[in-house]
Design a protein around this ligand. Structure first.
Ligand SMILES: Nc1nc2c(ncn2[C@@H]2O[C@H](COP(=O)(O)OP(=O)(O)O)[C@@H](O)[C@H]2O)c(=O)[nH]1
Ligand SMILES: [Mg+2]
Length: 205
């Protein structure tokens, strides 16, 4: 065996804990903007609908663990259900976003929760079946547009309680609530996976 091959190549990716997050919710609710704000504190007022799905990642430290947060930003259009169905698979967390300036967005939470459950838990025999639901946060977005608001805090809280979701009022425009929502979600994911990651050799401080 050559000397070169005896020297192991350091694989830094094994030091990181991989986390998969996906976005869900109707087009225009602010999914892409919230992810952009979390990843690089950017906001743009122009609307560019997501086609199918976008992908990005950010390395983010939580409780002494470096996470590689893989983010799948899914289009909310009905015609992309098949794309979403594939990409929900194996996710640790879902960012379910509603638009506070759209009265109907609360009523639509039931349908999104059905979609998430079906796609994540699947039915027996389906390849993408996972054993438990991901951690789902409800991001009630566009909180900065106070005079256009059509969803009361009480209505959002009631919908979140019905589905046992962690609720955050957010604004991708001002950044209100965004970092806290992501950090809390990632902290819960760390708690859920810490033992398994430790067994796999993920670096922890
Ligand atoms: N004022 C305000 N506008 C927002 C906010 N979030 C998103 N938008 C705007 O809403 C539109 C749709 O946002 P986008 O992130 O593309 O929504 P997506 O279709 O759910 O990914 C864009 O014009 C954004 O600039 C927010 O928190 N406040
Ligand atoms: Mg989008």
């Amino acid at each position: 065996m050559s000397k070169q091959l005896q020297t192991p190549i350091p694989d830094f990716s094994i030091c990181l804990a991989w986390v998969k997050l996906v976005s869900a919710g109707f087009p225009g609710s602010g999914k892409t903007s919230l992810i952009k704000h979390f990843c690089d504190s950017r906001f743009s007022a122009g609307y560019q609908p997501t086609v199918g799905a976008d992908y990005g990642f950010k390395v983010f430290r939580v409780d002494g663990i470096d996470l590689r947060v893989n983010m799948w930003d899914l289009s909310g259009y009905p015609e992309y259900l098949e794309v979403r169905n594939e990409l929900y698979s194996g996710c640790d967390g879902v960012l379910l976003t509603i638009d506070l300036t759209e009265a109907k967005s609360v009523a639509n939470i039931d349908a999104w929760m059905r979609e998430i459950a079906q796609c994540c838990l699947g039915s027996p025999g389906q390849q993408q079946q996972q054993s438990s639901m991901p951690d789902i946060v409800l991001l009630a977005n566009k909180a900065d547009l106070k005079d256009k608001r059509q969803v009361t805090p009480a209505d959002a809280a009631k919908a979140a309680a019905k589905h046992k979701l962690h609720l955050y009022e957010t604004s991708a425009a001002t950044g209100e609530g965004v970092d806290k929502a992501f950090r809390d979600l990632l902290q819960r994911i760390v708690q859920r996976n810490r033992a398994a990651w430790a067994a796999r050799g993920v670096k922890m401080e």
